[in-house]
Design a protein around this ligand. Structure first.
Ligand SMILES: O=C(O)C1=C[C@@H](OP(=O)(O)O)[C@@H](O)[C@H](O)C1
Ligand SMILES: C=C(OP(=O)(O)O)C(=O)O
Length: 430
């Protein structure tokens, strides 16, 4: 599916935020790792969360689903002897399950998105699993990957955090199940550090004990633990909602997004603070963000690593700000569904934006008068590029055609329904 995004000066209405992708993948996983029956209320429905559903079912979990919940009977520390798993394009799901696959005799993760997940590196996790005695064969650190696990015992593990936090999260899910205690030391910097807070929160809810240093660079994980079967409720998703909020910020708007908890461990909650710093009129109370935009924005400087999955939406807003904005400490955006610095800025430039890249920075010289548009955008298989370019398209003089916009379903299949319900002029072309 392609979409044509047409100029849209005003947005108005209310939506409920989609359910959090990161919490859904985590709750499904800890439910599968428990021996009893857990319930996950309001799970996300997207390609990534479906990938986790499918894979834990393949590994032996039993899932029953209705409108509001999934009831999961887990496989505990003994996943089924499965030969092959397909995670689609879901990076976090792949990394978490690469670690869990160490409990299986031999599993191959297949490569179904050679131009997206197929290009992303997993070397740091492969190296860490090797330290546990797990044999991994791979294609230069990339898919397809075969894990020959069996009986890792625990012990000392050193893992680099400079590319992704997902490698560390993966080890935190695996090590409590091992017979011996583990000590995990994070080498180099830890990127997307806030996401580790979400992992630790979910592990604690599942009855797992982890001793973490305040800076999340050292962990002591007692071995021989069991995940407990529990009831979980998934909160609203800030990364996806960030695009809706950015859309409201760049238009004349009266938009409410409900189900966005003020106190959340999602770093992308910072979209609210950043829009406030940009002088966007908004309130956030009782889980509702209310934006009454006037289309005027001030430039901003922001450490994007604190809100990895909302940076593209923030950049889309900054495209129309008065002055130069700078999003720094964002190098790991290069290792996502596409290179979210070079590829994303290439598309923004096509639309007429004045943007510059550094190795770890995005610089935006705002154009409050709007962009010319009238071009065709390559989505690069990336849901967040699609959402950010949709925001930009609202304020282009000529329509933007976004090719292969169906990839938005990786995290937010209802995105176009939601933004159209607020009044955006978006035409779908099958
Ligand atoms: O652990 C997770 O669920 C995620 C961690 C982040 O990745 P990085 O740690 O690679 O930045 C984030 O971008 C991704 O969408 C989900
Ligand atoms: C990068 C993302 O996801 P993942 O790493 O799980 O593929 C994302 O959702 O923006």
């Amino acid at each position: 599916m392609d979409v044509i995004v047409k100029p849209t000066p005003e947005l108005k209405g209310e939506i409920g935020a989609l359910s959090s992708k990161n919490y859904t993948t985590r709750y499904l996983l800890v439910a599968a790792l428990a021996e009893g029956t857990s319930t996950v209320y309001y799970p996300a429905h997207s390609e990534d969360s479906d990938a986790m559903r499918r894979c834990i079912a393949d590994l032996g979990a039993v899932l029953e689903e209705d409108e509001e919940k999934i009831v999961i009977t887990g496989f505990g520390r003994r996943p089924k002897d499965v030969k092959e798993l397909n995670v689609g394009n879901a990076g976090a799901v792949l990394r978490f399950l690469m670690a869990i696959a160490a409990l299986c005799p031999e599993v191959t993760f297949v490569n179904t998105y050679p131009d997206s997940l197929g290009k992303r590196p997993h070397d740091d996790l492969i190296d860490a699993l090797g330290q546990l005695g797990v044999e991994v064969s791979h294609n230069e650190g990339r898919l397809p990957i075969t894990i020959s696990g069996g009986t890792p015992k625990g012990g000392k593990i050193r893992v680099s955090g400079s590319v992704s936090s997902q490698y560390l999260s993966a080890l935190l899910f695996l090590t409590p199940l091992l017979a011996e205690d583990s000590e995990i030391e994070v080498l180099n910097d830890l990127k997307s550090k806030v996401v580790i807070g979400q992992t630790l929160e979910v592990l604690e809810q599942a009855g797992i004990v982890i001793h973490a240093s305040d800076d999340y660079m050292h962990f002591r994980v007692p071995g021989g633990q069991s995940y407990q079967a529990k009831t979980y409720t998934v909160q609203g998703d800030y990364p996806g909602s960030a695009a809706i909020l950015a859309a409201a910020a760049v238009t004349k708007s009266d938009v409410k997004v409900h189900r966005l908890a003020e106190r959340s461990k999602q770093g992308e909650r910072a979209i609210v603070d950043v829009l406030q710093m940009m002088d966007v009129p908004l309130t956030h109370q009782d889980g509702t963000v209310h934006i009454q935009g006037n289309g005027r924005l001030r430039s901003v400087e922001f450490d994007g690593d604190a809100a990895t999955d909302a940076v593209l939406a923030m950049v889309a807003a900054a495209v129309f700000a008065d002055g130069t904005s700078r999003f720094y400490n964002v190098e790991n955006l290069r290792y996502k569904e596409c290179d979210r610095i070079t590829d994303f800025l290439t598309e923004l430039k096509k639309a007429g934006a004045n943007v510059e890249e550094r190795q770890a920075e995005i610089i935006v010289h705002g154009r409050p008068s709007g962009l010319e548009g009238g071009v065709t955008i390559n989505a690069h298989y990336d849901h967040r590029v699609i959402m950010a370019l949709t925001v930009v398209g609202l304020r282009c003089r000529q329509p933007l055609v976004i090719k292969d916009a169906h990839h938005v379903a990786k995290s937010y299949p209802q995105f176009f329904d939601h933004i159209v319900s607020l009044g955006a002029s978006v035409e779908r072309v099958e």
